[in-house]
Ligand binder design. Structure first.
Ligand SMILES: [Zn+2]
Length: 115
């Protein structure tokens, strides 16, 4: 798995917590929706999806969805899982913005805008 320099590498404890939270919510043998392969790898860093009120702008900071990604080992299909929904808010909040690859200024969570 390629990881951009500067992204935080998960500790073994963090990785186990993330994988445990995902496994507790999914079928034991989750098949890839693209190729049906059942082996996945956890991307070694947070994924932050920015939310914007304007389709023509690229937001820096602001609201977003702190997530982790599982990638199919066969075809690369990638699934994102929201850390807040997984009950892992502390992992996100403990990551320094610069280590998590976040722009300075941080973010605000607004769960009413999740869908
Ligand atoms: Zn696949």
């Amino acid at each position: 798995m390629l990881v951009r320099p500067g992204l935080r590498k998960f500790s073994t404890d963090q990785e186990q917590r993330i994988i445990g939270a995902i496994q507790s919510r999914l079928p034991a043998k989750l098949g890839c929706s693209a190729c049906t392969h059942t082996q996945w790898t956890l991307a070694d860093g947070f994924v932050f999806l920015s939310l914007s009120d304007s389709p023509g702008s690229i937001p820096i900071g602001g609201n977003g969805l702190p997530s982790v990604a599982l990638t199919c080992k066969n075809c690369g299909n990638t699934l994102l899982f929201n850390l807040i929904v997984l009950g892992l808010r502390d992992l996100w909040e403990s990551a320094a913005p610069e280590k998590a690859g976040m722009p300075q200024g941080g973010f605000e969570m607004n769960p009413s805008r999740w869908f």
